[in-house]
Design a binder for this molecule. Structure first.
Ligand code: ATP
Ligand code: MG
Length: 391
């Protein structure tokens, strides 16, 4: 019996005339995600992706596909000839484990090939009756089944699977269909989640990290690389820019009022990230701020931070609670790495009493003692780029 993978996609269906373009990007993203683990045959028809591979590669291919944006659900299925007798026998054999482990079942059929001589209700009757005879311990219960047997009669073949074995995909849009944005990636819980949410909309992600050697350790840098490589499981390769930030932080500490330190630091991060973004044809910045979470995330503080940049700043977590953000971090797999206890560049230079209601004019005046342009330029000159691959 031939087993294959069926994946359904979601929002792409709404793309009208552009749909083939989006479908192609999705196919390429799937091929790219599995290329080092399995050889596959892949095609798209009727809003479904069909993937064939070696039987022992099905699990790993499904695992990879579950991280590809654009797919809403994935299942394994038996493929068979479009003949009612063949379909019945395939269901008996393929669903043996599921049916013998359950008490109640029902059959749901879909016939997109209208030339097939049985209607959907007739397919349900035929297959249901046959399974009922073959497995006398299990009864039909259309309201409360443990197992829902799906039969789909499509263009080239029929497919049989158990609905309960279907897993949810990521949803969203395929990466590469939505321009590029630059993520400010710290070692914390929030920014990786923000990056995941924006890339889910089809946006390619570059990442920038500000690094304060020797105040933060080599392990803090490894942690950021690790977070980028977890994100890369969803986005494919990420270009990670590591910006030396120590000189800027020391200058701020020595020359600016302590209560403004964090905000002035954040303004430098935004300026530098914008330069890196423009150089790499990225159209927006992405940060992990959530309104009111800390002093530097009050609306007044966000105004002061964001006003130095002249490009959109996407803050997808802005209305989320910390607990919701943590749940998402667990779901995408970044949480355990984010909570490793290595110091971040901000934690080292944190004021005791940060201002919570800053004014642009005041912050501009207190930072004007610094040679902002020179500091930005020399940080950019010392920036290294690492190509981070999925781990
Ligand atoms: P996170 O958990 O993402 O670190 P946070 O709640 O600790 O966020 P802040 O430290 O105020 O918040 O930082 C706000 C945002 O600024 C972060 O979400 C991230 O996008 C960016 N950011 C902060 N520190 C760094 C850094 N060292 N490198 C790159 N980006 C940073
Ligand atoms: Mg942080």
């Amino acid at each position: 019996m031939k087993e294959i993978i069926l994946a359904k996609y979601g929002e792409i269906i709404l793309k009208g005339g552009n749909r083939p373009k989006f479908e192609n990007v999705l196919l390429n993203n799937i091929k790219n995600a599995v290329k080092n683990v399995a050889d596959i045959n892949i095609r798209i028809a009727q809003a479904t992706v069909y993937v064939e591979t070696e039987p022992d590669k099905i699990d790993v291919v499904i695992e990879r596909m579950a991280k590809i944006f654009g797919i809403v659900s994935i299942t394994r299925a038996a493929e068979c000839e479009k003949d009612i007798e063949v379909i019945k026998n395939t269901a008996v054999e393929y669903l043996k484990d599921d049916l013998t482990a359950s008490k109640r079942f029902k059959v749901e059929a879909k016939r997109s090939d209208k030339a097939f001589p049985f209607s959907s209700p007739e397919i349900c009757m035929e297959v249901g009756g046959f399974l009922d005879d073959e497995y006398p311990e299990i009864i039909v219960d259309v309201h409360n089944p443990d197992v829902t047997v799906k039969v789909e009669v499509r263009d080239f073949a029929a497919y049989v699977y158990c609905a309960e074995n279907k897993i949810a995909g990521q949803g969203g849009m395929p990466i590469g269909t939505g321009s590029k944005a630059t993520l400010l990636l710290s070692g914390g819980i929030d920014s990786p989640v923000a990056g995941h949410m924006i890339s889910k909309r089809g946006v390619t992600i570059d990442a920038v990290n500000f690094f304060s050697f020797p105040y933060t350790s080599e392990r803090a840098k490894e942690k950021v690389i690790e977070l980028a490589s977890i994100l890369a499981q969803y986005t494919s390769k990420i270009n990670l820019y590591i910006v030396p930030f120590t000189e800027i932080q020391l200058q701020i500490r020595d020359n600016c009022p302590e209560e403004n330190m964090t905000l002035i630091m954040r303004r430098f991060m935004m300026r530098i990230a914008e330069r890196i973004a423009r150089k790499n044809k990225s159209l927006a910045l992405v940060t992990g701020e959530s309104a009111g979470q800390v002093a530097s995330q009050t609306l007044a503080a966000l105004d002061v931070t964001n006003s130095v940049v002249d490009m959109p700043i996407l803050q997808p977590l802005i209305g989320m609670d910390k607990l919701e953000i943590m749940d998402r971090a667990r779901a995408i797999g970044t949480f355990e790495t984010s909570i490793l206890p290595y110091e971040d560049c901000c934690t080292v230079f944190t004021p005791k009493h940060p201002t919570t209601n800053p004014k642009r004019a005041n912050i501009e005046r207190t930072e004007s003692v610094l040679n902002i342009e020179d500091l930005v330029e020399s940080a950019l000159a010392g920036t290294e780029m690492i190509e981070v691959y999925p781990n």
